[in-house]
Write a protein that binds this ligand. Structure first.
Ligand code: PLP
Length: 344
């Protein structure tokens, strides 16, 4: 967390904005559009994720990665139901819903499995490889088996920077399979996403031009205090169409204008916090270079720590260091590591 971000948070609390819609506080919506495009450029995301580009893409600030994943899962589910109803009008909606199936890796965060519970759609946790990476081959096998059994594949949630070891799923091979089967591909980059901004981590961005949505937490690696999870959609209309529930008291005369999104259709709650303010102040104060320097410092500290672990014969590194994460254990019985963890 950083001082500028806390100032943004205090101002936001002081203004007391509850941004149901654009008309409640044009600044709340419009600054979010601005900072989400800044962030997309900072992270060098494909241009179709920008509000300013032609097309239905754009970004929104959610509270947490869990919410972003749930939004993607729910939207993908509704899109799949509509598609199936068009192709198979003889089937009832409940029949279709009973056949939906989603995928992720056994290394993905607990919030992915939870999204499946909340969406009433099973999420199969596929086995990652020995390097803890999920690849297209495992997804292909699962989808083919499920399609043969009459199920309807809906979404795959891949991870860039898994919680356990910060492993990176193979987005290229996963996207090829998803494209073949009309499966939504979401990337949870909750922790590692900030590193897209670093040229030395450009490899991490490989395949992002083919995904439907992604999220990353500014409150993990980017000096913005909790809560602040950035989410981008290649086609925001798919989310808006899935969640759009209107009332007369929510209408305003600027509805539907480009550059004036009503973010209530992009999220689960109706009201929204003015989170863009803390992102804006953090960026304006620290600058893109300041944020990159902060991330590089974390990575350097991890390298330093990894070297200390390697030089100490009592310990061993158990997975390749990735960004600021070093996974290590005490040699010998697991009980020693458990005790160390308790004491820490
Ligand atoms: N995804 C990954 C990869 C994570 O590491 C975490 C948290 O550690 C989450 C999702 C959940 O994040 P949030 O608390 O913002 O929902």
């Amino acid at each position: 967390v950083s001082y500028p971000s806390i100032v943004g948070e205090i101002l936001s609390s002081g203004f007391g904005i509850v941004g149901f819609s654009w008309i409640c506080s044009p600044a709340c919506t419009e600054l979010e559009v601005v900072v989400m495009d800044w962030l997309a450029k900072f992270l060098k995301l494909p241009s179709h994720f920008l509000h300013e580009s032609e097309g239905p893409g754009g970004g929104v600030i959610q509270g947490s990665a869990s919410e972003a994943v749930l939004v993607a899962v729910l939207a993908a589910r509704e899109q799949a139901v509509r598609r199936e109803r068009e192709c198979h009008p003889e089937q009832s909606e409940s029949e279709i819903r009973g056949k939906l199936i989603a995928y992720s890796s056994d290394q993905s965060n607990s919030c992915i499995e939870k999204a499946g519970v909340l969406a009433a759609m099973p999420i199969k946790l596929l086995p990652a490889g020995d390097d803890l990476v999920l690849r297209g081959a495992a997804l292909k096998e699962a989808i083919e088996r499920d399609v043969a059994a009459g199920l309807i594949p809906v979404i795959c949630v891949a991870t860039l920077g898994t919680t356990g070891t910060c492993a990176y799923d193979d987005i290229e091979s996963l996207s090829s399979i998803c494209e073949q089967h009309q499966v939504w591909l979401h990337v949870d980059a909750a922790y590692a996403g900030g590193a897209f901004a670093l040229d030395e981590c450009a490899e991490l961005r490989r395949g992002l031009d083919r995904v439907d949505s992604l999220n990353f937490n500014l409150h993990k690696f980017m000096l913005v205090n909790f809560d602040c999870s950035a989410m981008w959609l290649r086609d925001a209309n798919k989310v808006i169409d899935s969640f759009n529930v209107d009332r007369i008291y929510l209408k305003h005369k600027h509805e539907g204008q480009t550059q004036i999104p009503d973010f209530r259709h992009w999220q689960i709650p109706l009201g929204r916090r003015f989170r863009a303010l803390k992102v804006w102040i953090t960026f304006r104060t620290l600058g893109a270079e300041g944020l990159r320097a902060h991330m590089r410092k974390h990575i350097d500290l991890a390298i330093q720590f990894e070297n200390l672990v390697k030089a100490d014969e009592r310990f061993e590194v158990v997975a390749p260091r990735a960004l600021g994460l070093v996974c290590f254990r005490a040699k010998g019985d697991n009980e020693v590591t458990s005790q160390l963890l308790q004491r820490l």
